[in-house]
Design a binder for this molecule. Structure first.
Ligand code: MRU
Length: 346
């Protein structure tokens, strides 16, 4: 299985990302509750992949509860998918896209979900190319690229957002090394980005989260590339916790800070960061590392899964349809989405 999530013979199949890098386990999911569970415990994660999971979730809901004769059960199932995680706008958007076709029957809902899957794949390839061009313009070549969380094919069905740009740079021969941050507490960088970078054969060294500002101040990275879970109209970007610190450090060091995300992550309905719900995942995953307690029993913890970075700290936002240079005074409103760039693989 090369796609992180797909639809196969009437069911969702997804790579259980909680098991990586040690075990490559594919989950086959035929009902809504196990899909909601997979989303909640981050077996499937990353904004674009969550969008596709949301759309497939509506298909499962429609298969299991007839939207005409069992409407209340169908609505409850759909609501449980939609509410499984709050921050990435893609999840709700994926649900809504599929739901819009429900009156046309299950096959139409499935067609909408498959269209979203294909759309996200195409978007990944387009933004990888736009992003790599921009990195060369901003930082020259070859580059050392720092990144946080996991934003590769695992997070985006195929290819990825920020890690997709890093892969494109590597394939062009323009990557000196990638510097993924571990990304406490769930270690998406340490477990998943390292796994993806190794598979693509890209040179990389894993960085402790708290070392990032120091390394940037020493000039050890030429660019910082991050993904996004939601981008508000004013450009404020919600992304994995630690992104804001990275943006502050990049600004202090004079290093370009670039957000890479598909248009599906830009949310016109959200005006600013105040309107974005930040998921708090509770204390357990902070006071345990991979199931082992590291603090005394009953230790309380604060565990926001995401933070907000203001547009002033962002050099540019790259999507599959535009490059918006905040550093040049451009905004999401002043640069409307244009054409997608043809994938470099075809
Ligand atoms: O909690 P996660 O692992 O779902 O968080 C993912 C991120 O923050 C990613 O940076 C974001 O979704 C972009 S993924 C292409």
């Amino acid at each position: 299985m090369t796609r992180t999530i797909d639809w196969t013979d009437g069911a969702v199949e997804l790579i259980d990302q909680t098991q990586l890098p040690h075990h490559e386990v594919v989950l086959r999911i035929e009902e809504v509750p196990p899909l909601v569970d997979a989303i909640s415990r981050l077996a499937v994660r990353g904004a674009p992949a969550l969008g596709v999971a949301g759309a497939f979730g509506v298909v499962l809901a429609a298969q299991n509860h007839d939207p005409v004769s069992a409407r209340a059960d169908f609505d409850a199932a759909v609501a449980s998918v939609r509410g499984a995680r709050p921050t990435a706008v893609n999840l709700a958007r994926g649900v809504d896209l599929a739901l819009a076709r429900v009156d046309d029957g299950v096959e139409a809902v499935l067609a909408a979900a498959l269209e979203l899957r294909d759309d996200e794949i195409t978007a990944s390839w387009s933004m990888s190319a736009y992003g790599a061009d921009l990195v060369t313009e901003l930082a020259g070549r070859p580059v050392r690229a720092m990144t946080i969380c996991n934003t590769g094919g695992l997070a985006a069905v195929e290819r990825g957002t920020a890690l997709g740009v890093i892969q494109e740079l590597h394939e062009r021969g323009d990557l000196t090394e990638a510097l993924p941050l571990e990304t406490r507490p769930l270690l998406q960088g340490g477990r998943l980005s390292t796994w993806e970078l190794a598979r693509m054969g890209a040179p990389h060294r894993l960085v402790v989260d708290s070392a990032a500002p120091f390394l940037l101040s020493l000039g050890r990275a030429d660019v910082v590339l991050v993904g996004a879970d939601r981008i508000a109209r004013d450009g404020t970007t919600a992304n994995k916790i630690g992104t804001f610190s990275l943006a502050l450090a990049a600004r202090h060091a004079g290093v370009p800070f670039v957000v890479v995300a598909p248009e599906s992550t830009v949310d016109p309905a959200t005006g600013s960061g105040d309107e974005i719900e930040i998921e708090d995942r509770g204390p357990t995953e902070v006071v345990h590392v991979q199931g082992v307690a590291i603090a005394p029993p009953d230790t309380e913890a604060i565990n926001p899964a995401f933070d907000l970075t203001a547009p002033e700290l962002i050099t540019a936002v790259v999507t599959d349809r535009r490059v918006v240079r905040f550093d040049r005074g451009e905004s999401l409103a002043s640069i409307p989405p244009g054409e997608r760039r043809a994938p470099s693989r075809v």
